[in-house]
Write a protein that binds this ligand. Structure first.
Ligand SMILES: Nc1ncnc2c1ncn2[C@@H]1O[C@H](COP(=O)(O)OP(=O)(O)O)[C@@H](O)[C@H]1O
Ligand SMILES: [Mg+2]
Length: 256
């Protein structure tokens, strides 16, 4: 059975993880080299917005419904709890023409994400074999890495803004990943929002200091910024968009 190539992003809040994911998804879909599963594993999920997709439910919400059904005894008779879970969770997949989207969402109540994280992992594992690529957006702290609930990652992209502090944050995450079981096949840093697409020498020095592999630089871009302000999906910007162009170069360099 073929295993998909999994790409995940990490980095501190607001550096462009979700934006980058959206464009990676667009790139992979436009290549038409096989089905893409998109996983929004950020509790504050908004990847659907950069993709321009409506989402009605999430694994977190379904988990709540399940817990309620169990409590009230409304699980359909003749169905085991596992069957019911399977049935409910399969309804969490949003099927678009070019990709499928799974939103993890957050659980209500006193925030233990362990259960839903576990469910996410088993669902992803179950569906994974149907896809050529999995693209996973994550939250800043990369809690799933800490909890070991992320599926195997082939390519881990550390995203940073064009600042020393951004690079330092990425380096800390890289260190954390290094200490975990995750062991991504490949890990490197992408500098986003670089003025004129140029990497400042101080920032470059910081990357070197932490021994990070620089995969590429994405420019600060007015059109991407406008998309956010206007509520438009940035992943649907024309292929000529400078950020898309730069990202395409990085992806090709990675052999993706
Ligand atoms: N290259 C870029 N040029 C201009 N704005 C950008 C760029 N990358 C991201 N942004 C903007 O920065 C903000 C944060 O990006 P986002 O992808 O949501 O970050 P994260 O997912 O890391 O929190 C958004 O408003 C987005 O439009
Ligand atoms: Mg995000």
């Amino acid at each position: 059975m073929a295993t998909p190539h999994t790409i995940a992003v990490a980095g501190k809040g607001g550096v462009g993880k979700t934006t980058t994911c959206g464009m990676i998804i667009d790139y992979l879909c436009s290549k038409k080299t096989g089905p893409v599963l998109v996983v929004d594993a950020d509790a504050n999920s908004n990847l659907n917005e950069v993709l321009g997709v409506e989402v009605e439910t999430s694994l977190g919400a379904i988990r709540e419904e399940m817990a309620q059904a169990e409590l009230k005894g409304t699980i359909p008779s003749g169905m085991t709890k596992a069957d019911y879970a399977d049935f409910k969770f399969s309804s969490a997949i949003v099927e678009e023409d070019e990709f499928d989207l799974l939103v993890m969402g957050r659980t209500q109540g006193k925030g233990c994400y362990c259960y839903v994280n576990g469910v996410l992992k088993s669902q992803v594992d179950k569906y994974a074999k149907n896809y050529s690529y999995i693209v996973m957006d994550n939250e800043a702290g990369l809690e799933h890495v800490a909890r070991g609930t992320l599926p195997h990652v082939d390519t881990m992209l550390l995203i940073s803004d064009c600042s020393r502090r951004g690079v330092q944050a990425a380096a800390r995450i890289a260190e954390m990943i290094g200490e975990m079981e995750l062991k991504p096949g490949k890990m490197g840093i992408i500098i986003n929002r670089a003025p004129n697409g140029e990497l400042d020498s101080g920032v470059k020095a910081e990357i070197g200091k932490h021994g990070l592999e620089l995969l590429g630089v994405l420019p600060q871009d007015e059109a991407v910024y406008r998309c956010d302000c206007d509520g438009e999906p940035s992943s649907k910007l024309p292929q000529s968009n400078p950020v898309k162009q730069a990202l395409k170069g990085i992806m090709q360099e990675l052999g993706l």
